[in-house]
Design a protein around this ligand. Structure first.
Ligand code: ADP
Ligand code: MG
Length: 226
């Protein structure tokens, strides 16, 4: 246990340091993007436009990595606020994913055992978890499919959400690696989504679990304290 605590403390210091570095990178990055955009607005030949688009894409990618990394390393504690209707929060969040879902022929099906489920949470953090999980599900179904979202009052303690897709699935060896920072199997993935989601749910005193079968699909189970 002592060893664990020592390691954890080391990790905290390292995390704060890294978060600081990430923060310092973000400011110059924002101005580079801004000024570069000004340059690209003039008339250019085809090749130049192509190269500029590559630079812009790569800058956006660095920006995304820095943002996700900062969300992970965020040192301040979470503030659990007044009860929120998690059903409504999930419905609102789903709207953001609708364009991507229909583009990929993914049908999203929502069912809740009641219209209101109150939990204590930090809304934006919880929203981030829902986005990460739904995005992963959609990305796992490149040829379309269905994402079933269910909400149930499991017992007196927990409200349970499940997100079930019939996408590629994950084999056993990979399943063990899920949640490891920067583990990704996607060409343009970053591999921080699950790490962040797991952290947020744990900070909410909830549980985050994944079950999967290669070729069949994946189920994410989130249990939230009522
Ligand atoms: P990223 O999406 O950037 O790759 P994540 O942390 O969100 O990072 O996910 C890590 C990895 O977990 C993914 O690259 C993928 O291999 C696997 N994964 C997550 N969700 C699913 C899912 N619903 N179906 C199949 N694989 C998944
Ligand atoms: Mg992801």
């Amino acid at each position: 246990v002592e060893e664990y605590i020592r390691n954890y403390e080391k990790l905290t210091v390292l995390g704060e340091l890294a978060a600081g570095v990430a923060h310092e990178i973000r400011n110059p990055l924002t101005s580079i993007k801004g000024f570069f955009k000004l340059l690209t607005e003039k008339d250019r030949d085809q090749n130049e436009i192509k190269y500029q688009n590559v630079i812009m894409d790569e800058l956006s990618r660095i920006e995304q990595i820095v943002n996700e990394f900062m969300a992970l390393a965020r040192p301040q504690a979470i503030h659990l606020k007044e009860c929120t209707n998690v059903v409504e929060l999930l419905k609102d969040t789903m709207i953001l994913l609708n364009p991507e879902a229909s583009l990929r022929n993914v049908a999203i099906d929502l069912k809740f055992d009641s219209d209101a489920a109150k939990i204590e949470c930090e809304k934006n953090q919880m929203k981030q978890v829902f986005i990460n999980v739904m995005k992963n599900a959609i990305e796992a179904m490149p040829d379309g499919g269905s994402l079933k979202i269910r909400g149930e009052n499991k017992d007196d303690l927990f409200y349970q959400l499940t997100f079930e897709d019939n996408g590629t699935g994950i084999d056993e060896k990979r399943l063990e690696k899920l949640g490891t920072p920067f583990f990704t199997t996607k060409e343009k993935g970053i591999g921080l989504g699950l790490t962040i989601s797991n952290k947020i749910i744990t900070e909410h005193n909830g549980e985050f679990k994944m079950e999967s079968e290669l070729g069949k699909g994946t189920k994410v189970i989130i249990r939230l304290k009522k």
